[in-house]
Ligand binder design. Structure first.
Ligand SMILES: [Fe+2]
Length: 621
């Protein structure tokens, strides 16, 4: 675990108890700066928009340097971390408080003051300049009494609104980020909060029609827990030995499975016209899984039957998502579809559903789960409370704070590694990649979403079959089955991948064209697919130049792109995080802004690496 920025903070519990948060009506004309604030068990985030066009979003775990930091609030998630009871505890909590609310977030309260100061850095804004704070009831319900008075202390001039619900935030984030004038919006997750307006019902999915008036018509609501795609996948994930938040591992494991279990459980699945579904009660389903193969503990071997469980869970999810896509288009009568919620991170299901439903245009926000809520809240505040004229353009994902060259030089100050500022550093980096070395790129603003899209990325050659195993074992320190993603020049993508349209946020899994699979074996998953990222010159010119240079050297417009972190740690945020991660792993060369930092003098990387270095064997531990 890297150095944490929260280690010196003291708990401040106690003094706020019993105080009441006052919700106020906001005079729109006075709003020039809106802060969105999200805080659920899946993560916490901040987002800021101003009437002058500034936009910034960031998640707490990146700043704090601790992955899933909110789940580490020891006295609050103690029961949830007991694997034997985790799902039951989780469901009981969700039924009582709403899924989005868990767990109460003491760490959020203890860190927000310092975090907010860092977040506003370089924007020429201070906390007293914030006019409006938007939070959702699901975030405020469990900690409102606690957080409310403290918000008043940190943001003395701000008005506060909690008039938006969990699923409305998902919808708003995806819709306002898409740039569409009108679209059907589909949200699928595990669950939102318990809604008074629905007699205490908790939703796990919604379909709505949205346009930029603003207007939102809710068309369908799916109930937790019986029609919760997120919960179903969570049960499967837990059963195969991964924890909450590791659903991507289940997706990666699924192609190793066989149909045996799926054929047994599929008759229980009924898909409804309104986009919802019926399946086993979650307790029955867990019992059935347990009878099929005992729940795997995290360090145990993955058996074929565990892979079959992942296969069945993935296949069922794909049918549920496909049905919901079709329902959203049919019920709304609209041709464009916007999709959000944590289930939207399942990039395999996304591609299957979008091909089957065939909307005219399709958009998934790059941070579609709960950690993206801060941006949804901020955009809701800007366009629907402050009534600013919507900027109908697609928002990219490079929304984090940026760092200066002096901060980068400072991060290398101990002189442990050679640092050079060279002409055309992207070409030098591409040459290192071509020669088989592991590189990293730290540039500009960090990505807001969970995928590294080039600005906080480890980059390597896709050309060697051994590269995947080497990266998993020696650099990322993670399971050997985990695949790596290709980043491809956007205009070359159709030639290499069966992909229609762009995939800038790595949220689509598509087949690699058979004719080129052997040329890029390190990024082809066991079933011939990959989670592709298309890179355009307009959106990320620096990253584009790296891939373009790699193409000029090899004829292949594809590099392997994986997040700049190691297992169990969040993606690096600051220059010093980057240097620390570089120093502690087998990364050979780091492009830090305009500086090349290397373990050996740069000229040492001019000749190809000995291929045997990449071979993982007992002789080469
Ligand atoms: Fe959610």
């Amino acid at each position: 675990m890297r150095n944490s920025r929260i280690q010196n903070l003291k708990p401040v519990r106690g003094w706020w108890r019993g105080r009441v948060q006052q919700m106020l009506h906001v005079p729109p004309s006075k709003i020039g700066t809106v802060l969105g604030l999200a805080c659920t068990g899946h993560g916490a985030s901040l987002a800021l928009v101003t009437s002058e066009g500034a936009l910034r979003s960031s998640v707490l775990e990146r700043w704090a340097g601790v992955k899933r930091i909110l789940l580490l609030a020891k006295d609050e998630d103690h029961d949830l971390r007991n694997p034997a009871s985790a799902i039951d505890q989780h469901i009981n909590f969700c039924m009582k408080y709403g899924y989005g609310a868990f767990p109460p977030s003491r760490i959020f309260e203890e860190t927000i003051s310092e975090w907010l100061g860092w977040f506003l850095k370089g924007l020429n804004l201070r906390p007293p300049d914030i006019d409006l704070v938007v939070v959702s009831d699901s975030h405020f319900a469990t900690c409102g009494l606690r957080l409310g008075p403290r918000l008043g202390e940190w943001l003395p001039k701000a008005w506060v609104s909690d008039s938006i619900t969990h699923h409305e935030i998902h919808q708003r984030q995806a819709f306002w980020q898409s740039g569409f004038e009108e679209a059907a919006t589909l949200t699928l997750d595990a669950a939102g909060e318990s809604l008074e307006s629905l007699g205490g019902r908790t939703l796990s999915g919604t379909i709505a029609a949205m346009s930029d008036l603003p207007r939102c018509r809710t068309l369908s609501q799916m109930d937790f827990p019986q029609s919760s795609a997120g919960l179903l996948y969570e049960v499967v994930t837990r059963h195969v030995g991964f924890r909450l938040g590791d659903e991507g591992k289940t997706m990666g494991l699924a192609p190793y499975g066989e149909r045996e279990l799926l054929d047994r459980v599929l008759p229980q699945l009924t898909l409804h016209q309104d986009g919802s579904f019926s399946f086993y009660d979650h307790k029955q389903f867990r019992k059935l899984l347990q009878e099929y193969v005992p729940e795997r503990w995290p360090d145990e071997e993955i058996t074929q039957r565990h892979s079959n469980v992942a296969y069945a869970g993935q296949a069922i999810l794909e049918q549920i998502v496909t049905n919901a896509f079709r329902a959203a288009l049919r019920i709304s009568g609209l041709k464009r579809l916007v999709y959000a919620g944590g289930v939207a991170l399942n990039s395999v299901a996304n591609e299957i559903a979008v091909r089957a439903a065939a909307p005219d245009a399709f958009y998934i926000a790059p941070n579609p789960g709960d950690p993206g809520h801060a941006l949804g809240c901020a955009l809701f505040g800007a366009y629907e409370i402050a009534a600013w004229k919507p900027q109908l353009r697609e928002l990219h994902d490079y929304l984090g704070p940026e760092y200066s060259e002096s901060e980068m030089i400072e991060a290398c100050r101990d002189g442990a590694y050679p640092v050079e500022k060279v002409e055309n550093p992207e070409l030098v980096l591409a040459r290192c990649i071509r020669n088989g070395y592991i590189t990293a790129r730290f540039a500009g603003a960090a990505e807001y979403g969970p995928r590294a899209l080039g600005n906080r990325s480890i980059l390597a050659s896709p050309l060697s079959a051994d590269m995947k195993d080497y990266l998993n074992a020696r650099v990322k320190h993670r399971e050997s089955f985990r695949p790596f993603a290709p980043a491809v020049l956007e205009e070359c993508a159709p030639e290499w991948f069966d992909l229609k349209g762009p995939s800038p946020y790595m949220l689509r899994v598509v087949p690699v064209r058979e004719s080129v699979r052997e040329r890029i074996p390190a990024v082809v998953h066991v079933d011939g697919s990959c989670r592709v990222q298309t890179v355009s010159r307009k959106e990320n010119p620096g990253f584009y130049r790296v891939i373009e240079a790699f193409r000029s050297l090899t004829g292949v417009p594809v590099v392997l792109n994986t997040s700049f972190n190691t297992a169990g740690n969040p993606i690096v945020e600051t220059p010093s995080d980057a240097v620390e991660c570089f120093a502690s792993t087998h990364i050979d060369v780091l492009l830090l802004g305009p500086f090349l930092v290397s373990k050996l003098p740069l000229k040492e990387y001019d000749s190809p690496r000995n291929e045997s270095v990449l071979t993982i064997s007992s002789e080469n531990p």
